[in-house]
Design a binder for this molecule. Sequence first.
Ligand SMILES: Nc1ncnc2c1ncn2[C@@H]1O[C@H](COP(=O)(O)OP(=O)(O)O)[C@@H](O)[C@H]1O
Ligand SMILES: [Mg+2]
Length: 252
Amino acid sequence: MSNLIAGEKIVKSFNIGKEQTTILDQVSVEIEREEFVVIMGPSGCGKTTLLFSLSGTDDITSGSIKFDGQEISGLKENQLADMRRQKFGFIFQQPTMLKNLSILDNIILPVVTDNRKNLADVTKKAEQLMKKTGISGLGDREITKVSGGQLQRAGICRALMSSPAILFADEPTGALNSKSADEIMLLLEAINQEGTAILLVTHDAKVAARADRVLFMKDGKILSELAFTEKGAKSFEDRTGEVLEQMAIIGV
Ligand SMILES: Nc1ncnc2c1ncn2[C@@H]1O[C@H](COP(=O)(O)OP(=O)(O)O)[C@@H](O)[C@H]1O
Ligand SMILES: [Mg+2]
């Protein structure tokens, strides 16, 4: 069986005036089904660009990206959009939500149609997800009347509405205090254990220590990786220590 995602020799460059800048320099990365992979690296090293490339959000200059064995650059615009909507979930530092809609309406918005049966089904699914993420009862709340951690939980619910194969997460705990960040990470770990692959960018060693594998980037390249194959074999503190050690070596 093929990897869930296989990126090979990805190059992404931009022309800024006459200068050509290479942001991703021959990056190869594979993500297995149900795997939890973290990307770390200094600001500006290309983490977000890699996430956007692997998820088909951004075009690449050269190289190959396969999802489930299928080359995504070969897809038509609407096929790519369908794939992203059905198979991929996205969360960011803060979810972008519509201010005039309730939490529940924001969660179901991407998957709701004008069919009554669909509305009942997606509402039921949203309520299950809200229960799981600990925000049951907040469905009717305005989005400005909940905490940052609750809003991020709602963002996670929205991302999971399509039961994606993989969740792309760009610094999802970056705007949270450490208690909320820990809670969000426990939640993401549980979601991963139930079978959703995760590719997550973070600056936080404690966040990275929850992954199966941590990739360290610098200047558009992956320089090294840490694998926690038997997660139970090492304590959370030991894994955090190893991440910190590697960050010091790379200069993150
Ligand atoms: N659309 C763009 N045009 C030109 N340069 C860009 C563009 N997007 C990102 N960059 C540059 O690419 C580099 C990597 O950006 P990014 O992937 O956002 O880094 P990171 O997420 O690791 O902080 C940065 O130097 C950024 O300025
Ligand atoms: Mg970034």
